[in-house]
Write a protein of this length. Structure first.
Length: 341
């Protein structure tokens, strides 16, 4: 049934017919075909072969979640230490955060703000890709000048240890990606880096509307439909999801369960892709995923590759002096808006 739906959707061997594709997706989904369920979700969400129906989109998302609950432990594995499911493939956030914390006293950048920034990333990392590490200079080799960026000189080097991949329970040490010869990294030389503070680090976090004052006029503009600019090279699937979340009609916005499912699937597939292609040759493809998820994943990979290429040209974003990146009391602005609206 699922294969028949694919034929009708793509026009393979027959005339393309989205209504018939939807019909056979539905039949296959009712027989618990997970790929068919995911495609059925897309049909309801985008109105392909049927009327757009977000309630049914949510219903079938729930079905996928229910079927995944039983297999979650099988997919991510069980921690040998605490006997709980990993937070991601071969990664136990609870145990690994304790390991990182035990070593906080064994390294320092000699800047309290940078130390805290790295420590928070290590404690909150749900997988190996969310980790930040302080690399001592003696762990780098073959340091060579590469280019000049917006506010710093760029160098390339070999990180002898390589980044953390997972915890080796038997050997009681980190497994690292060093490819036997080390791991290539990009370095930036920052002038007066000893004076870096929390304000500098905050400037690396791109906030919505950071180029204009966060005042009553901006609040009114948002009420009238103004939305933040989506940065160039953002994957289309992610940009589309953002725009759905911005819909002025709350009924048209995706439910939290749908958001959680989509983003989790993206992260799962991207992480698995990079693990399968550690050598950087991008030869292996993640198995057992539908075409849409595969294309979404490749869009993220492409966007990440672009960021790596453009890293030398990245400069600190300058925020408007009245753009606030922390929470504050909006009572006064809210009262003005109530009056003006």
């Amino acid at each position: 049934m699922f294969n028949l739906a694919i034929c009708y959707k793509n026009g393979n061997g027959t005339k393309k017919n989205l209504e018939k594709a939807f019909y056979w997706y539905q039949k296959a989904a009712e027989n618990s075909n997970e790929e068919a369920i995911l495609d059925l979700v897309d049909c309801y969400e985008n109105g392909e072969g049927t009327e757009k129906n977000l309630k049914k989109t949510f219903y079938w998302h729930q079905k996928v979640e229910e079927s995944n609950k039983g297999s979650f432990k099988d997919r991510v594995g069980i921690c040998n230490e605490c006997k709980q499911p990993h937070s991601d493939y071969q990664w136990c956030q609870q145990c690994n955060s304790k390991r990182f914390k035990q070593h906080f006293s064994k390294w320092t950048s000699k800047n309290e703000f940078i130390d805290k920034f790295i420590q928070e990333a290590q404690l909150n990392a749900k997988n190996s890709y969310e980790i930040l590490e302080w690399i001592p200079y003696d762990k780098l080799s073959n340091i060579n000048y590469y280019n000049k960026g917006g506010f710093s000189k760029i160098y390339k080097a070999i990180w002898l240890d390589g980044p953390v991949d997972s915890w080796d329970f038997d050997r009681q040490q980190w497994n690292r990606w060093n490819f036997q010869t080390g791991y290539e990294v990009v370095l930036k030389m920052l002038d007066n880096s000893f004076s870096l503070n929390s304000k500098f680090l905050d400037e690396w976090k791109y906030s919505p509307f950071n180029h204009e004052a966060h005042d009553i006029q901006l609040s009114l503009s948002i009420c009238k439909g103004e939305r933040p600019e989506i940065m160039s090279n953002t994957p289309k699937c992610y940009a589309d999801l953002m725009e759905k979340c911005w819909d002025p009609d709350p009924e048209n916005r995706p439910a939290i369960a749908e958001l959680e499912y989509k983003i989790s699937e993206w992260i799962r597939c991207i992480n698995l892709y990079y693990k399968m292609n550690k050598d950087g040759n991008h030869r292996f493809m993640v198995p057992n995923i539908n075409n849409k998820l595969k294309n979404d994943m490749l869009d993220f990979i492409k966007a990440n590759d672009f960021l790596v290429q453009e890293e030398a040209n990245i400069s600190v974003l300058q925020s408007h002096p009245q753009a606030y990146c922390i929470s504050r009391n909006l009572t006064e602005i809210s009262e003005c808006l109530d009056y003006m609206i």
